[in-house]
Design a protein around this ligand. Sequence first.
Ligand code: EPS
Length: 393
Amino acid sequence: MLRYLTAGESHGPQLTAIVEGMPAGVPISASAINRELSRRQQGYGRGGRMKIEKDTVELLSGVRWGETIGSPLTLVVMNRDWENWHERMSPLPEHRDDSIAVTRPRPGHADLSGALKYGHDDVRNVLERSSARETAARVAVGAVAKALLGEFGIRVGGYVAEIGGIAAAAPDLPLEELWRLAEGSELFCCDRSVEARIKGAIDAAKAEGDTLGGVFEVQVLGTPPGLGSYVHWDRKLDARLAMALMSIQAIKGVEVGIGFASARRPGSLVHDEIIRDEARLGQGAAGAYCRATNNAGGIEGGMSNGEPIVLRAAMKPIPTLYKPLRSVDIRSHEPFEATVERSDTCAVPAALVVAEAVVAVEIANAFLEKFGGDSLGEIRRNYAGYLEELRRA
Ligand code: EPS
């Protein structure tokens, strides 16, 4: 089983992730991880903090001479902004300074519930960890998972489908071409014709002190049928993927395949007919069974069915606004209207990169559950045996 923990505050010295369960022999390069970290920092609509940070990973354990050795990996991403926060985020009691306490919770953030839950009267103790800065650590972990999946021809990618209510349609092209189109876009979307409109909407939101959310789609190509299981609720692949996506800061909804639209159609227009295509034997992982459509988004009964896995997620607008929303000071109990923390106007493209990472981790975990071994070679043997069975099925 692949599992990980992250630690670190947004303005603390560093983010740390420990990844346990990676088999030995998987090639890992810091540059591949850094590529993902850099993607997460991009996207039109980011704020001032991204000009300070230049995220790169340090591999402190579990990798030797470019390959995993089976022991836990330690991944570290330093916070450059820490330079400006040494005393304000110091672990030392002599640096306590009550005059800098944050007492004004922002609507939409973890601020108020977090302060009530942990008994804090300084909201900074909440917002430092609830901040989406933590997602840099998850993207580093996701890059490791992508490296493992890549050894078996499984690829994870995606694009932004909508920002601020403006849809960016994906042309009818193979998914990997759509990923390439998205890669060349500042908005990570595949429809150049709406880019100027979306950027204009982000600029207008920024000028008004407002923020914008959106929708993105993540796809997984090359999964064999049978990842996850129908036998128990917490083994269902769709449930695990939905949890992973919902765990990303600001995500409010997840769909698998056509998702909510399936509730509005009769069954005959939802379920994907099963066909056989002998020409597919020997190509990729799926065997000869395939589907006429992919409304299920590649998952039926909590298991992958061999079609591309298709997930969509909705991100709310970032709640740190320059435009005032009503709130109440937690010490004076007085209402107030304005609170300003530096913020992004739109982080939907960044959230897509985080989503790819958390999806890659869940798929890698399900893959290791089914084919797991202690080394890449052992997993390859297990996987080859299953593919052989699929070819005969
Ligand atoms: C965030 C607030 C901003 C964002 C941050 C997430 O940080 P700051 O308060 O330092 O300006 O920049 O995102 C990141 C630091 C990042 O790496 O994505 C928040 O409140 O969630």
